[in-house]
Design a protein around this ligand. Sequence first.
Ligand code: S3P
Length: 426
Amino acid sequence: MIIQPVASLNGTLPIPGDKSISHRSIMFGSIAEGETRIYNFLMGDDCLSTIRCFRQLGVDIEIGPESIVVKGKGLYGLTPANEILDCGNSGTTTRLLAGILAGQPFTSTLTGDASIQKRPMNRIMIPLQEMHAKISGQEERFCPLTLTPSTLTGIHYNSPVSSAQVKSSILLAGLYADSPVTVCEPSISRDHTERMLQAFGVHIEQEGKCVTLHPGNKLSGREVIVPGDISSAAFFMVAGLIVPNSKLTLKNVGINPTRRGLLDALIQMGGRITCVNERELCGEAVCDMIVESSTLKGITIGGDIIPTMIDEIPAFAVASLFAEGTTIIQDAKELRVKESNRIDAMTDELTKMGAHVTAKEDGLIIEGGHPLQGASFESYHDHRIAMSLAVAALMASSPSEIANSECVRISYPHFFEDLKDLAMYE
Ligand code: S3P
């Protein structure tokens, strides 16, 4: 994909459905009783992997033009898959599905693409084994994972990482346990599982940084309206701030408190982003964002805000290239185990443009204000790297090329078309 520098960005953009919430709507709909109808579902490759897996487990899922209908099988109605379950590039599918499969009375094997096969699965295997799940993997930490039937017990788990995928995997296994499960994390990660399970009728309690699920309730199918994904809006939030003479209206963006870190960080940098028309959609806060070109200043981010913007840090790094002074991102070691090593990927690629970026074990140091030229980028087959680099390229002095850019299909299939529609060229 070739990205031309732009003069301005203007217009209104409906933001595609939230990836995390889309996955959960299929999963919870599948193990609920009755029908779940989902609107604004994200038709990205990751969520299609979740649909494919649950169809393999015997669930009837109809994809219509307006909505998706999941014919729930109840907690004990899934049937064994004939083949290995292929989770594609999706960590959410792999880890959450493993939690559900741990409680099934049949054996399953799940795996994914080359990236998934390198990502750490011991972070879910350890707590699931503590619940007496029988789960094995390659070198005790990698996919393919095989789960065989067992009787699950409740646990109190102090997670060493703030990860919604770990938390959700344990909570979902907890639906099949003989007593409550509690998960505590160092900083609170996204809470879509807790919100949606409650909406489906599960007894969940939140206290500080701990969440407890009480087994015993069935899930009841319902309507889900998926809010726009702030992780997809992120690229346009940053682009609208850094490109001069720009004004964008981003419609229907989810601003759940456990997801809005990027919004808060950009405002702290001096970014002019206003949330209007704040409302609630199926238990999730949403707003329309108005983003205007801004003068930004460097800041330091770390600690509790990091999990609330973990997927947006590559885009945030791009914003900081245009901020006055130095931006420091710390406590973000998790970026090294995402779809790619996002600390090294952003450092290597932005450096090609002339940016001053230093990789740290747990983050990045970025000196803003250096002139940037176009470059030949590698996406590392990582959707968020490809889209972040595309935003940086808008402000380069010459065109850029992004190799393997089709990976945007994972979370935002029409990203490049949307970008083009808003752009005014010199
Ligand atoms: C997700 C959780 C996050 C995030 C991922 C989606 C989820 O991962 O990076 O894109 O849907 O639960 P971790 O839980 O590993 O931080």
